[in-house]
Design a protein around this ligand. Structure first.
Ligand code: NAD
Length: 326
């Protein structure tokens, strides 16, 4: 197959490309940045999703498109860029794919369309209503609508995957990582909350600061530890490939992620024990993060079988942490 992977320089895109090339497919990347892949069977278009000419060039002669690229930001100043990349960009890539007679289009949506932080019921299934509360989640839902529209009016097959939170195992204990830094490390969390303007959170976080690098066990205002899905990128790549190839995927909307959510009260003490870093427990204002999203539909329909539970990821994370500069 000839497959276009958007977001080819990104976390999920680069793993998917690796797996596609290993399986003998021809792959083209499409991203603002070069993917840095020098391998037979790979070429790329460097450009923006909302650039019609670049999108046509990217889709030309492709059997399938995996639209995995997107802009992720929760900062108010990024609003325009967010809608341009994720909504207008998705419309332009979709229309280029239809014009170039692409057979199947797989779209990376997000659990933020529900949103997972405020679900109607748990575990969250695809039957949950979609009511995004962040502009990012809204751009993903609008992207889904654009995909569903082309699924109705064109002959292109479409598949929507609602992605879990996704990490490379090596990022988990990296204090500089965009996601894991503020999630698990105190100082990056203080900086993140300052950026969001959450003064009450900053106050309790600063009060807990031991003055040296520390891990943080986040709980809500009633002392309930955070709980959420953290899925290994390799498992996400497996799900994306199933969406690409499986005969039962077209027309489907699937939650894609790990089977079990991560309870921070289980994992943070292990992180602290294995790194020797101090662990502080902080009760943050508000209801906190606490969800469980079901992957039953994709397991039953496409045979998805995740291989990387959090403790297995953590083994790799600790090895990567040992090699990081102090
Ligand atoms: P990533 O940020 O690592 O990669 C995204 C890539 O898209 C980047 O290489 C970036 O350069 C590219 N990109 C952004 N805007 C672009 C534009 N306008 N034109 C061209 N390229 C552009 O993201 P990821 O973690 O690999 O996530 C993959 C997909 O999964 C995204 O669609 C994201 O919204 C979705 N998702 C991710 C998570 C997560 O936790 N990582 C969770 C839910 C959904």
């Amino acid at each position: 197959m000839k497959v276009l992977v958007t977001g080819s320089a990104g976390r999920v895109g680069s793993f998917v490309i690796r797996d596609l090339l290993a399986a003998g497919h021809r792959v083209r990347g499409f991203d603002l940045r070069p993917a840095g892949i020098e391998q037979d069977g790979f070429d790329e278009v460097v450009g923006a999703f909302d650039d019609e000419e670049a999108a046509r060039r990217a889709c030309s002669d492709m059997d399938a498109v995996l639209h995995l690229g997107a802009f992720m930001s929760w900062l108010p100043d990024d609003r325009e860029k967010l809608f341009r990349a994720n909504v207008e960009g998705t419309r332009v890539v979709l229309e280029a794919a239809v014009a170039e007679k692409v057979g199947r289009f797989v779209f990376a949506s997000s659990g933020e369309v529900y949103p997972e932080n405020k679900p109607e019921f748990q575990p969250i299934t695809e039957a949950n209503g979609t009511n995004p509360l962040s502009p990012y989640g809204l751009t993903k839902l609008l992207g889904e609508e654009l995909v569903r529209f082309q699924g109705r009016v064109s002959s292109m097959e479409t598949v929507i995957l609602r992605f879990s939170h996704t990490q490379n195992a090596s990022e988990l204990l990296d204090a500089t990582s965009f996601f894991s830094g503020p999630r698990f490390f105190l100082q990056p969390k203080i900086r993140q909350q300052e950026g969001f303007g959450n003064r009450a959170a900053v106050e309790v976080l600063r009060a807990a600061d031991p003055g040296r690098p520390a891990l943080i066990l986040s709980r809500n205002e009633n002392g309930r530890p955070f709980r959420m899905h953290i899925t290994d990128t390799r498992d996400m790549a497996q799900g994306v490939l199933l969406a690409l190839t499986h005969e039962k995927a077209p027309g489907g909307t699937f939650n894609l992620g790990s089977s079990d959510p991560v309870d921070f009260a289980d994992v943070l003490p292990v992180m602290a024990q294995r790194t020797g870093l101090p662990l502080v427990t902080v009760d943050l204002p508000g209801p906190g993060v606490w969800y469980h999203t079901s992957n039953q539909h994709i397991c039953d329909t496409l045979g998805f079988a995740p291989q990387w539970p959090i403790m297995r990821m953590l083994d790799e994370a600790v090895e990567a942490w040992k090699k990081m500069p102090a």
